[in-house]
Design a protein around this ligand. Structure first.
Ligand code: ZN
Length: 136
């Protein structure tokens, strides 16, 4: 069994931004030489998220709209007393910071309409995502 770790660096350009990282992950898998196992995608930040869903332009706008509805930007948040980004943390808390995906035939074993996304909630920033590939 092999364990390979790679860090994907992203430069985000907006306060809230959705970036499809499926291709980056499949590149890391190809370079690892691992054909079967598991892949964990982990964002090392408390104001971002990782999720899996469909890459359709209207739906990506719907995700942003619903995030703003559930966690309004200008809520009366305690954390804003020390750091004016409580909305970003609360959005991250709802989405979660990692996903684990089966690896088959040297690529992510996703459903036909599934992609893996990084969600920026407090950009623009430089972000690091750890890709851990475990298998043989
Ligand atoms: Zn903060």
């Amino acid at each position: 069994m092999l364990i390979i770790t790679e860090v994907l660096e992203l430069e985000t350009t907006d306060k809230v931004e959705i970036i499809d990282i499926t291709g980056n992950i499949n590149t890391a898998i190809a370079e690892s030489g691992i054909r079967k196992g598991l892949v964990n995608i982990y964002s090392k930040h408390s104001t971002s998220g990782i999720f899996i869903n469909e890459n359709e332009s209207g739906l990506l706008e719907d995700f942003k709209d619903i995030i703003h509805l559930i966690v309004p930007t200008n809520g009366n948040y305690q954390h804003n007393r020390i750091d004016n980004n409580a909305d970003s943390h609360l959005r991250s808390f709802l989405i979660g910071c990692n996903e684990t995906i089966p690896l088959e035939d040297a690529k992510l074993s996703l459903g036909t309409w599934q992609s893996v996304f990084f969600l920026e909630f407090d950009g623009p920033r430089t972000r690091e995502i750890t890709i851990t590939i475990i298998g043989e």
